[in-house]
Design a protein around this ligand. Sequence first.
Ligand code: PLP
Length: 395
Amino acid sequence: MKYSKRMAMVKPSAIRELHQLEHDPEVISFCGGYPDASLFPVENLREMYLSVISMDSMAFQYTHSQGDATLRQQIADRMRSEGVACDADSIVILQGAQQGLDFAGKMFIDEGDTVLVEAPTFLGALIAFNAYEPRYIGIPMDSHGVDPLALEATLQQESGIKFLYMIPDFQNPAGVTLSLERRRMLVDLANRYDFYIVEDSPYRDMRYSGPSVASIKSFDTQGRVIFLGSFSKSLVPGMRLGWAVANKEIVQNFAQLKQAADTQCSTINMKVASAYLKTFDHNRHVENIVKHYRHKRDVMMNTIADTFPNAVAYTRPDGGMFTWLTFPDGFDADQFLRSTLLPRAKVAYVPGIHFFGDTRHLPINNARLSFSACTDDAIVEGVRRMGLVLSSHLS
Ligand SMILES: Cc1ncc(COP(=O)(O)O)c(C=O)c1O
């Protein structure tokens, strides 16, 4: 076989087969993490595409690898309003935050290098990093995010750590938000123990309750934090637009990697996003979709509270799209899905085992539920059916 060694690490997503269930009309699936397409501002985007196409033939031309300068400026303005010291030169436009994960892997990881990840973490990040063959160490979490004491204990034992990968806001999959105090502590640890932090925050705008918490990047004094943002959840995922905010050397490295990977993001999509931000009140749009998702979150959380047996613990997300279930010790969430929940209740979730980079201590008693793209009726019915089956199974 002439494939590179790397290809052995590039496996189909373990949860792809579960996503197939979304097409089975009998199954209520809480697997997906897609935004609700009925909330896409289609008319406004159509207007912007038409206007950009008719006014600017350069929309069809190549452009800089770092991305459209006006869009970078607009993103910098938004990030600055949230306390992040940056300008247009600190930003590179990416093909979604996902590309930033691949680039972080490419830029930092040599075979066997240690990468710290939350336990659990985003499967897409593991898929991106795996190609570069890191060794993962999972840092345990509680309801305030990663445990800084456990992190420091790891830092004292391990040397040469490249970076810590974090989803501080409404974490995927755990639904928890890292506290302000811990964000400060993390930057302090990064400075003292000399590692980078990749702060992946595609859900940052999607806050439904509680006060906003400043980004880790806003505490960065030594250029150690790479912030990844995205328009996928707050606008649309199909334009594939995200960005990184980082120190200028890293931004230049990202731009070089972009040159190699795909030259640049789509000129037309960047120009349309820029025109959209200029023409419409994006914050207003975010407020509207936040209302909608808040309602879905509440429907799911209330129905869980009413129907799940007490033996099942769950997180209460202040935003994002997910809640994380913890079943009693020894409960095999993957087996329960396949042997009981799907056949008897026609409900699906993603078993927690898929979200751990560090598989040395793999908990089997978790599951991720998403409320983002289901109707209210489907949430109520699916959670109710799950509650019934769980009650009889756990009694
Ligand atoms: C934590 C996390 N990071 C990154 C991404 C990728 O987002 P994008 O569409 O911007 O590539 C997702 C998408 O679901 C995500 O949940």
